[in-house]
Design a protein around this ligand. Structure first.
Ligand SMILES: [Zn+2]
Length: 404
């Protein structure tokens, strides 16, 4: 087993995230974020590194799950806010209606008031007229109605005078009584209107209270959303850290893989590594412009187009020295076979790797299926031959021969 450089860049990021959201109207109990421990160990073997990588991968998955939960919580708060806003709109409409009603009632009260005043005026006028009439009698020479009556020359005259007086009085009194009754009726109506107005005002107060309540609920939910967003951002930052750590471990793995665990090279020409051949879509090229990043970066292998699921063959016998059977990084799912003598072959972007680390494989064994994992623009096999850890052009160096 080859000894490898120690993990120099000890990526020690111990970020303990715990962003709490105050207990709010809705949503399940807030899940505190997991504590993430990035590797500090001095891994020296590929399998140690692999273990670290998987640990990081696990943490990343946990964070992803948590992020999903945060998103769910956020959207539930958003739904709530929307609901509150609908309620607030409804309340606003009701308040407008109440205000309109109050305005009408006030107008009616004002009208009643005017009626009361005008009736009061009429009563006053009639009373004044009544007094004037009595005065008129007086001016005619009779000092008073009593004098008028006493001036009767006989009983018939008395009755006539009495009747006249009475009828004048009766007429005036009746008129005034009617006016008084009218006025009382209007006052009663006005009182009812005042009562209605008070009811509307009570309704308004209730609506205002409701409005304030919904406004504060909305505010709480908005605060919760902000907290969740903060937590989300923190988790994303942490995920980036983990990504970087994974890249670093990856680099270390690459370094570690340069050393062969086998003896001499197994000998023989290598087999074309695919069950069916389409075409070489990209040759080994130290100065290739990367199709995705646009940067000049060596293309360290030979890309062979193939349908998804096409069998990938072990180019020669050997021992499986490395397997990554999860998507991630540039190679995606890939494996490396150690053929001894510092010669290794690498098979990248697989849909699935069928062998396990440590497996002994024979030349022509199906070890994986063609896929598009990692950084790839189409289904193909990225086939790499490494000599003492350095990728070489597998065709130009005669390791494999392109089929006709
Ligand atoms: Zn490639």
């Amino acid at each position: 087993m080859g000894k490898v450089k120690r993990l120099t860049a000890a990526v020690a990021v111990a970020l303990a995230l715990s962003v709490g959201v105050a207990s709010l109207p809705v949503g399940e109990a807030f899940q505190p974020a997991v504590q993430v421990f990035l590797p500090t160990a001095e891994a020296s073997t590929v399998s140690d590194l692999q273990g670290e990588y998987e640990e990081l991968e696990e943490q990343l998955k946990d964070l992803e799950k948590e992020l999903e939960e945060l998103k769910d919580q956020k959207s539930s708060y958003m739904d709530q806010i929307e609901n509150y806003n609908k309620q607030l709109e409804l309340i606003e409409k009701q308040m407008e209606q109440a205000q309109e009603e109050k305005k009408q009632l006030e107008q009616q009260i004002e009208e009643a008031q005017q009626q009361i005043e005008s009736l009061t005026g009429e009563i006053d006028v009639n009373f004044e007229q009544f007094k004037q009439r009595l005065k008129a009698f007086h001016l005619q020479g009779e000092a008073s109605s009593l004098e008028l009556l006493l001036s009767a020359t006989n009983f018939t005259d008395f009755l006539t005078k009495y009747t006249v007086l009475e009828s004048i009085a009766e007429h005036d009194l009746e008129l005034m009584n009617n006016l008084k009754a009218d006025r009382e009726e209007v006052i009663a109506t006005q009182e009812k209107l005042e009562q209605s107005k008070q009811e509307v005002e009570t309704l308004e107060q209730r609506l205002e209270k409701k409005q304030k309540n919904y406004e504060s609920l909305t505010e709480d939910s908005e605060k919760a959303v902000k907290e969740l967003q903060k937590d989300e951002a923190a988790k994303k930052a942490l995920m980036e850290e983990i990504d970087k750590a994974m890249e670093e471990v990856d680099r270390q793995i690459e370094e570690a893989l340069k050393e062969s665990e086998m003896g001499d090279y197994v000998e023989g020409k290598m087999l074309w590594p695919l069950a069916s051949y389409k075409r070489i879509s990209s040759h080994f090229n130290p100065n290739r412009v990367h199709p995705i990043t646009g940067q000049i970066k060596a293309h360290t292998g030979t890309d062979i187009s193939a349908n998804r699921g096409t069998a990938i063959y072990a180019a020669n016998s050997g021992k499986v020295s490395y397997v990554r059977n999860y998507d991630g990084g540039g190679y995606g799912k890939y494996c490396i076979i150690d053929h001894g003598g510092g010669i290794m072959t690498l098979y990248a972007h697989c849909d699935d790797v069928l062998v396990e680390k440590g497996d002994t494989v024979q030349k022509g064994d199906t070890i994986a299926k063609v896929g598009m994992t990692g950084t790839a623009t189409g289904y193909h096999l990225h086939f790499e031959v490494r000599v003492d850890g350095e990728p070489v052009d597998s065709i130009a160096n005669g390791w494999i021969v392109e089929p006709n």
